[in-house]
Design a protein around this ligand. Structure first.
Ligand SMILES: [Zn+2]
Length: 354
């Protein structure tokens, strides 16, 4: 498209989450702006490329869903947070975006103020690039009034403006917007591609890469999370085993020590552990029902679960999982980690006896 100068004025990349659509949109925009592009690759060293690689290209506007806080409703208000997020999660893991917004239960949107701001900024003359590009992440989160503001711009844009939108759920996009875009479907990666990528880019052993690929369903974010989990899972299993043993023995003082130790790990690892605990509880519940084929535990986890699984049953499974889910929400909302971790331990004591 770029080489033939046929980039549509409103392009929509649609496809499943974790398929690398936004990374593709960013690469395409860099290629569009590059002064020395050739054969599908940007040069990587011209001023435009350098600006892109440092997230500072002046004619590239990022537009994305945010949480409204008082008068703060613009993507520009979250520019630094978004830049960190893109560096941390180049495949745009939505859950991590919620963590960045400090609220994993938030429903971020693209507000009407953002629509007005885009109109205003696109009215300025470009800073030397042939094209101004709006990279819009998740147009399915456009509020209707925002969409109405942008409609004319998307339908009859200035010659020098391109909209590149990236959607995980195109059915959620307002039809007025959707019908004005040219769509390109981006497929998910297959297991072989994911395994090869994990091995070459992340140094994962071939066997582990195949296993992670099998569990990630073509989603690069899930693959990265699984990779991180397998790194941490030994540590998490240790926390889990100690919590359950101490709770069973009602060792309150030791449980306080356990909570303090976990609290000292920091926010992300604590949340990771709570997620891990929910998964382990689910696996143990299934284990007790003897549905072997659904078992997704490694050998060490299974060794513990052989004895532990009878304690997870239909009387406590929902409440147990909720304890860890709620704790994760509290930690995401910056609650006192020591209190939350100790509170979890006390609740587990009561629920294990059911
Ligand atoms: Zn370049």
């Amino acid at each position: 498209m770029v080489d033939a100068d046929h980039v549509p004025h409103a392009l929509l990349l649609e496809g499943p989450a974790g398929a690398g659509k936004f990374a593709l949109a960013r690469a395409m925009t860099q290629y569009l702006h590059c002064d020395n592009r050739h054969d599908g690759e940007p040069c990587g060293c011209c001023p435009a490329c350098v600006q892109h690689q440092t997230f500072n290209h002046i004619d590239t506007l990022f537009s994305f869903p945010v949480v409204k806080k008082g008068k703060t409703a613009l993507s520009a208000d979250y520019a630094d947070v978004f830049r960190d997020f893109m560096e941390e999660a180049p495949f745009m893991d939505f859950d991590r975006w919620l963590v960045r917004l400090d609220n994993i239960n938030a429903q971020p949107l693209i507000y009407v103020e953002e629509g007005m701001e885009l109109l205003r900024r696109l009215n300025f003359t470009g800073h030397g690039s042939r094209y101004k590009v709006v990279l819009m992440w998740l147009p399915e989160r456009l509020k209707e009034e925002t969409a109405n503001k942008l409609l004319k711009l998307i339908e009859e844009p200035a010659d020098d403006t391109k909209f590149i939108m990236v959607s995980n759920s195109p059915r959620g996009i307002l039809p007025t917007i959707y019908s004005r875009t040219q769509r390109v479907e981006v497929r998910r990666y297959d297991d072989t591609e994911i395994a090869r990528w994990l091995a070459s880019e992340h140094g994962v052993s071939a066997e582990a890469a195949r296993e992670i690929a099998r569990l990630s369903g073509g989603n690069l974010n899930t693959a990265l999370a699984q990779m991180g989990n397998s790194h941490r899972s030994k540590q998490y299993l240790d926390y889990f085993v100690r919590l359950m043993r101490l709770a069973y023995q009602r060792k309150i003082v030791d449980l306080r020590g356990w909570g303090n130790e976990l609290a000292a790990e920091g926010r992300e690892p604590i949340m990771g552990f709570y997620e891990y605990a929910v998964r382990m509880l689910r696996e143990n519940y299934v284990y007790a029902l003897r549905v072997g084929s659904l078992n997704a535990m490694n050998a060490e986890e299974e060794a513990f679960s052989r004895n532990f699984s009878p304690f997870v049953n239909e009387r406590n499974i929902e409440d147990l999982m909720r304890v860890f889910d709620d704790a994760r929400t509290d930690i995401a909302a910056n609650a006192n980690a020591k209190l939350v971790c100790f509170d979890v331990a006390l609740k587990v004591i009561l629920l294990l006896k059911r």
